[in-house]
Design a binder for this molecule. Sequence first.
Ligand code: F6R
Length: 657
Amino acid sequence: MCGIVGYIGDKNAATILIEGLRSLEYRGYDSAGIAIVDRRKRLFLLKKAGKLKALSDCLINRHVSGHLGIGHTRWATHGEPNEANAHPHYGNTRDFLIVHNGIIENHHELKQQLRKDGHRFSSQTDTEVAAHLVEKFYKGDLLKAVCRAIGCLKGSFALGVICMHEPDVLVAARKDSPLIIGLGKGENFIASDVPAILSRTRDIIYLDNNEIARISKDEVKVFDAKCREIQKKKVRINWNTDSAEKAGFAHFMIKEIEEQPQVIGRILTHRIKSKQVVFENLNLSRAQLKNITDIQIVACGTAYHAGLCGKYILEKMLRIPINVDTSSEFRYREQIITKGRTLIIPVSQSGETADTLASLRAAKEKGAKILSLCNVVGSSIARESDGVIYTLAGPEISVASTKAYTAQLMTFYLLGLYLAGIKKTIADKTVLNYLSKMKKIPALMRDILKNQKRVKKVAHEYVHRYHYRLAEQFKFLEDEIVQFQDPVKALEFAEKWARLSHSAYGRRFGDFPFLYLGRNVNYPSALEGALKLKEITYISAEGYAAGEMKHGPIALIDEFPLVVCIATKSAVYEKMLSNIREIKARKGTVLSIATRGDKEIQKKEYSNYVLEIPEIDEFFSPLLVALPLQMLAYHIAVGLNCDVDQPRNLAKSVTVE
Ligand code: F6R
């Protein structure tokens, strides 16, 4: 979602803002803008639709100097992604400029009110009202004006505000959207996320809800909603920029896929000490955990799939009911929570997902204890939970989540063991057996990654099949055109077909959907495989519990869809084989994810393509199955020339509802 950067100091603000916005590109956006002020109170404002390059290209050969500035990448919510709607926004005059992440829910009413007072609006955004409000309330003190303005806002916001009358001040405020302050020497920064300023400083302050900061180049003061100064803790970031750089890989996604053995190894080293699982920030006593009788997991997207797998894991280890819900549903339904008994586990890579945060708050209000699984240290979900288990995946930049997912899975296995130890639901011998199996996983992952050639080959064959079909369509078009004697009609026909073909191409693989089938602990793997493919290739893909096939999806089967069947060795292996037979009986095309050495599944009557994983206890197999599915999606996306790391319409961190 939208990215914010702000700078005040002695250096060239434009360079710093562009550099910061570049590091926030991963969040997803469709337009960008900057506003720079120099010491002679001159304003430079530039906004562009499209990618950041459109903005930075305009700065080439143009000397833009200025020591104060705000920059923004916008992910459109209100109004299309054009120049007028891009941030920064200003009021009636260009004296007050503002960048915003979030949604101002009462912007209609505010606009009507402001119009009556003579304010004129030049965009369709919700944000613009905030600039007009600051302008309206300004009486010589920007901090106070922002404080009054945010008092009128309903919804969520992270704001960066500058004003031509006070060129030595940058004001920042937040409610329900992330914002950090970077502390430098003779310079300070604001940003939506750490990577934007990490090359400049490692010392940061996390702004909390309803806090507002007055920032000059030498000083940062933070205030509460009533403008009373408060003391904030400085936090030192100890990861480095390498993790936020591609390091020679073509895309962040493949870099992050390849990092998985290292991530899982790190989690195991960090969490297993003397054959015991340890967590440091639980803030829940053993007695509190022992009393838990049911668990509710809430999450979105990939994290939801990890949560679904977490249900299988925890139910097997703890033998208590585990529910999983998408956060957007959980937050609005009747939440059944027994005080002191129900444990809520929000799962989130970013720790900022609006629906997951809202679910956490709703459950907390009903007296539930919250133990979150988060990747980003210090994120809102981590801070608002009673306890947090960091998933230790390191910064994940690619929009499509890969290493954060397997890190969440591994954390669920460890949490299961930890809670089982407290509740005495697994024998000590089984715990040791599990631990020794888990320790082998990084090596098994490495083994899969070594065999990437095979995945590439399958992906390329499939891409070729698609292009061939498209070429056939065009051939048909040519044949039809020559049948027309009337050149005008021929042209009309050609145009119509070009449009149709174009939209078919735009939809990619319209004729070649994917179906992912899995059972038991690998049912969530099927959902995740389908999500990975659709988000980065735009191919329509569905994940199903294989047992559900007969209840609908089997109607899709002919030779065109590719059915990815997770048929690794397990208690449900025979059931998967029988699903595959049913698909093949209908001329279906099957790609099997199978256990190495399984000769049966290699046979033509079962599989057109096979991707193997090494032998593993089926209980832990989702950790390995994820890898070929991620790589398949990646290599198809590359073959189709898709924007792998920043797929259209998607945002890394979904900070609005
Ligand atoms: C898919 C993906 C999204 C996120 C979802 C939740 O690859 O990344 O589906 O998993 O938006 O995000 P977090 O985990 O940050 O709460």
